[in-house]
Ligand binder design. Structure first.
Ligand SMILES: C[S@@+](CC[C@H](N)C(=O)[O-])C[C@H]1O[C@@H](n2cnc3c(N)ncnc32)[C@H](O)[C@@H]1O
Length: 269
């Protein structure tokens, strides 16, 4: 393919402007680019998409062919059957639109799956969120996308994880204040932590099928009261999120809920 490309450009005015980089796209450092047009192997759909979205320099758009279901999940809106963590995550960083369907019979021999071409335009300016925090938050909200957030956030493993993060942060803040030589202590918990990448495990059949051993609720009926649990539930109540479900929440609602948690020192990393 590389030789063929070079042969086709030879003797044209564009020959000295063509540079072919041969390699594994996931392992290769990409140059600055304006447009990406790609017919990709479907098994790298999610890592490649996030590699492009986290590229250090912004680009105009990417036009990529995906397996149909993956494409529909990328563009799904709140309330759609296929709306999932992948939809929310992608749409935080980009505007995505479905361009055209490509049926399996357009190929010889026909593959097993249908395809779709999607256009991805990064949002500018890039959203100012801590990628790891955002990703951790969405993972919790989408443990079961059709369960109420109230019941998800009462699950023992979720509360234990959040409480551990909370205590770590409190200890860190206390030690900074103690060590401080009169200067104000500050920790940057927000902002964009370059180099962090959202893990590429979007290939589960459906987030709703991710059954987690929820380990029961902390202080369910008659149990000991947990102060931390109250704190978490109060955050949900403050934003009227207790009865809401991830499957129907908009981007803005997710961002708002995360900001409320962070306001009370509750973090997901
Ligand atoms: C769907 S085919 C498209 C081929 C060609 N671009 C076309 O449109 O006819 C995907 C191509 O990506 C190549 N490929 C697979 N994994 C890759 C990776 N990690 N990095 C770069 N290329 C890869 C495959 O060898 C295959 O040639």
């Amino acid at each position: 393919m590389v030789l063929e490309l070079q042969r086709r450009f030879q003797g044209t005015p564009f020959s000295n402007r063509l540079e072919v980089i041969q390699g594994d796209v996931l392992k290769t450092e990409l140059p600055r680019f304006d447009i990406c047009v790609a017919n990709i192997p479907y098994q790298i759909s999610s890592p490649l998409t996030f590699k492009l979205l986290f590229h250090p320099t912004s680009f105009r758009c990417a036009v990529i062919m995906y397996q149909r279901e993956f494409a529909m999940r990328l563009v799904a809106q709140p309330g759609d059957n296929l709306y999932c963590r992948l939809s929310v995550n992608t749409q935080l960083y980009a505007r995505v639109s479905h361009l055209l369907k490509v049926g399996k019979n357009n190929f010889r021999p026909p593959p097993k799956v249908d395809s779709s071409v999607v256009r991805i335009e990064p949002r500018r300016p890039a959203p100012q969120v801590n990628k790891k925090e955002w990703d951790g938050f969405l993972r919790v909200c989408f443990i079961r996308k059709n369960k109420t957030l109230g019941s998800i956030f009462k699950q023992k493993p979720v509360l234990l994880m959040l409480e551990k993060n909370f205590k770590t942060l409190q200890a860190l803040l206390a030690s900074l204040q103690n060590n401080d030589n009169g200067e104000a202590a500050s920790i940057d918990l927000g902002g964009d932590h370059q180099g962090m990448s959202i893990e590429d495990d979007y290939n589960e059949v459906d987030d709703d099928d991710m059954d987690m051993d929820d380990g029961g609720e902390v202080d369910g009926d008659g149990g000991e009261k947990s102060e931390f649990k109250e704190k978490v539930i109060n955050v949900l109540k403050e934003g009227a999120f207790e009865e809401k479900r991830a499957s129907k929440l908009s981007q803005q609602e997710f961002l708002y809920l995360l900001s409320l948690f962070n306001k009370y020192g509750i973090h997901f990393t």
